[in-house]
Design a binder for this molecule. Structure first.
Ligand SMILES: [Zn+2]
Length: 744
């Protein structure tokens, strides 16, 4: 193990001058061979060979939706029948190479002469079959059609006839739309969903030729409903594990029901609904992932509450964990998203492009979305060229851009139930706490250029997780006994883990345990309740040298975290807790106890497994503070538990997100360049290009390389294949680059 570490350190040291050497060359003028020679003169990193390649699959044998690569949507408004030019609309999406378009049926306003009671026709429809005309225009151009519905709101006449359809607050009052109180909120547990929605679906199937059905606005994403209607009053209270189960059962019941109705006309049709919210989705994603034929990630863009630029690829990693090769698309807003929003104005082009970049890099299909088509085809038309240029570029490279499987060697457990239901330490706001935890580990992994996947807590069977060298558990508080046993089995089979804070302190029903369920595995024992910060947060005292402390010198203390669970002393600790103390007045800013035997990290090695536990909420504290010591500690620990192994090593400057896929033609290494003052807030307004990036990977034995192509800059670059070790240098990266390796 020590030799691994030495190899890695030697490699790191050698690779720094390498990047600098290439940087010194001007990539625009030097020959590609010079770059390759420079690149291949460095020391080889500690690379794990990639697994044997998957057997080929003929794409024509897949369900049709799995060959969709580009989705277009002009989200239709009540006014569009009066102002939209259907030919112009259809021509745009066709010229952009959209494979499929969304056309509004709705449920709030009918876009065709519906006979379903309460399916009110829009005031500009005038008896016209706007939906039918749009379907015909799309079909004429060879585009498929999604029939789009919205079951979440309806009007007063429906409420008068069916008061039982409404969501109600704790006083029994009907809940109305915040923005237009003429619309009431419908309850998903009522006959509105059992009768009204199926009636519209059957009417559409009887009148039109559509490929599939979709509901917007349901199920809720990011939070659970809180309804007190007659039916819901008999359910467990919202935001409890028992309610979550009832909610999930109802979502699945309706999903299956609607799917069966979709198939009444065409067996290859299907139903799908709005999802998203990444790790904090409403419905249980492990269950839905088995059912859904199409994951619609309603993840339009950044907001001030969720400000990180990687929001879209975070969603893509979630989809990849759940869909396991089935179709997922990310709905990218071409309009301005956020708390203050302009749904009919284009957003910054650099930001819009980055969201599309992230969609592709994280393995989803492109989906471009704008609201309304005022004045023919848009008062604001700036989004149109950007979208069609992007779609047309992507079409040229479809084969390389469609992933088959991830090459990542690290799995991050999502903890969906913890994300939704866990009560964080008293001072922290529940929704934000776990979001901050997720962004903390995500940012640390990006900064270290680790290749990682998300793993759902309900999918911890060894055949799925055995491929990972390590699993990370960033405060995965809620874990069942069975899930804990699966993690134990994983470690027993040679896997490593890093866990933090309250991981395994709650069961799947949110019952708090007396002791960590993973106490045996983590080598810890709980010594008290969570201790927060009042003044100075706690410190971690360095007790002895260890690889997780590489790079720290000239200090006895490191920052700890904002909150910690005190655990009992362990033999030969590496870091111990210096408890927090007053930060003001400075006269009192010194530790009453400067030395304790309470561990600030617990490390174990059993055979080839390595286990690290931080009693503090270190990932979230890193997100709150950006403290470089916490980042170094996380990086060192992840490297130590993974034995310094990498699957793909990309050396160079810049803050990038790395995603690596096996594809049908070979491999695709995606680099998203987030080096930008607006990576953590606001929208990108321009691109800060990066210099050379040297890629190293060990191919399965016997695999030969035909070519390495850069898909964004559309050039072929030289490579060096020595034995199974493939190395090449990407001379520069603008906002995004994909190195596509074709094997043969
Ligand atoms: Zn209800």
């Amino acid at each position: 193990m020590k030799s691994n570490r030495r190899t890695f350190l030697k490699t790191s040291a050698a690779s720094l001058p390498l990047a600098a050497a290439i940087q010194a060359l001007n990539p625009a003028t030097i020959s590609a061979e010079t770059i390759a020679d420079t690149a291949t003169s460095g020391t080889v990193p500690q690379l794990t060979p990639l697994p044997a390649r998957l057997a080929p699959v003929e794409s024509s044998t897949l369900p049709w939706q799995q060959n969709i690569r580009r989705v277009g949507q002009s989200n239709m408004t009540e006014h569009d029948p009066a102002v939209m030019n259907i030919e112009e609309w259809a021509d745009y999406w066709h010229s952009a190479s959209a494979d499929i378009v969304f056309i509004s049926v709705t449920g709030i306003l009918a876009f065709y002469p519906s006979k379903v009671r309460f399916h009110r026709q829009g005031k500009f429809l005038n008896g016209r079959d706007f939906f039918g005309e749009c379907v015909a225009a799309a079909r004429k151009r060879g585009m498929r059609v999604v029939a789009r519905m919205s079951p979440d709101l309806n009007w007063g006449d429906a409420l008068d006839a069916h008061p039982e359809w409404a969501m109600r607050d704790a006083n029994g009052s009907v809940l109305f739309s915040d923005e237009d109180p003429r619309l009431f909120c419908t309850c998903m547990f009522t006959s509105y969903m059992d009768d009204y929605v199926p009636a519209i679906m059957r009417e559409i199937n009887s009148l039109y030729d559509v490929d599939c059905f979709y509901t917007n606005g349901w199920p809720p994403i990011g939070s659970l409903p809180d309804c007190h209607c007659a039916i819901c009053s008999k359910l467990p209270p919202s935001n409890t594990t028992a309610y979550w189960r009832a909610f999930n059962d109802r979502v699945l019941e309706l999903w299956h029901k609607y799917d069966a109705i979709a198939k009444e006309k065409k067996p290859d049709s299907f139903y799908f609904a709005n999802l998203g919210g990444n790790v904090r989705c409403g419905p249980n994603l492990a269950r839905l992932g088995k059912t859904a034929a199409w994951f619609q990630a309603d993840n339009q863009g950044r907001t001030s509450e969720n400000p990180a630029v990687w929001g879209c690829s975070l969603q893509g990693r979630v989809c990849s964990a759940l869909m396991e090769g089935k179709f997922a698309a990310n709905v990218s807003a071409a309009y301005s998203t956020g708390t203050v929003r302009w749904r009919n104005a284009s957003k910054n082009p650099a930001e819009a492009r980055m969201w599309l970049n992230e969609t592709l890099a994280s393995g989803m299909a492109l989906y471009y979305h704008f609201i309304g088509s005022e004045a023919g085809f848009g008062e604001d038309r700036r989004w149109q060229k950007l979208g069609s240029d992007y779609f047309q570029w992507a079409k040229k490279h479809d084969a390389h851009l469609k992933p088959r499987r991830s090459l990542a060697n690290i799995g991050v457990i999502m903890g969906q139930s913890t994300q939704l239901l866990y009560p964080p330490p008293a001072a922290a706001h529940a929704d934000d706490y776990m979001r901050e935890t997720t962004h903390g580990i995500y940012a640390a992994l990006l900064d270290g250029r680790f290749a990682f996947d998300f793993v759902h807590e309900d999918r911890l069977d060894l055949e799925r997780i055995g491929k990972y060298r390590a699993l990370l558990l960033p405060n995965i508080a809620m874990l069942s006994d069975r899930q804990c046993q699966q993690i134990r089995d994983y470690v027993r089979s040679g896997g490593s883990i890093m866990a933090s804070f309250e991981t395994s302190l709650y069961d799947e029903n949110l019952q708090r345990r007396q002791e960590f369920a993973l106490a045996d595995l983590l080598g810890i024992s709980k010594a008290g309740d969570v201790i927060g910060t009042n003044g100075n947060a706690y410190y971690a005292r360095i007790e002895r040298s260890h690889p997780i402390l590489d790079g720290f010198s000239n200090t006895n203390w490191l920052p700890g975290a904002q909150n910690r669970v005190p655990v009992r002393s362990v033999p030969d600790p590496v870091l111990t807790v210096v408890p927090g103390f007053v930060q003001y007045p400075p006269e009192l800013a010194y530790p009453p106890a400067s030395h304790t035997d309470e561990p600030a990290v617990v490390l174990r090695e059993v055979a080839s497994s390595r286990v690290a536990y931080f009693p503090g909420d270190i990932e979230r504290t890193f997100w709150l503070t950006g403290h470089g010591d916490l980042l170094r500690l996380l990086h060192n620990t992840i490297r130590w538990i993974t034995h310094y192994e990498a699957v793909v090593h990309v050396d160079g400057d810049g803050f990038v997100e790395l995603l690596c896929w096996e594809t049908t033609p070979g491999y695709a290494i995606h680099l998203l360049n987030y080096t930008n003052p607006n990576a953590h807030h606001g929208w990108l307004s321009t691109v800060y290009p990066l210099g050379p990036q040297t890629v190293s990977m060990t191919l399965p034995s016997g695999v030969k390389v035909k070519a390495v192509d850069l898909l964004r800059s559309e050039r072929t670059i030289p490579f060096r294949l020595e034995g199974s070790l493939l190395r090449f240098t990407i001379p520069a990266v603008d906002d995004y680059e994909i190195a596509a390796v074709t094997v043969g």
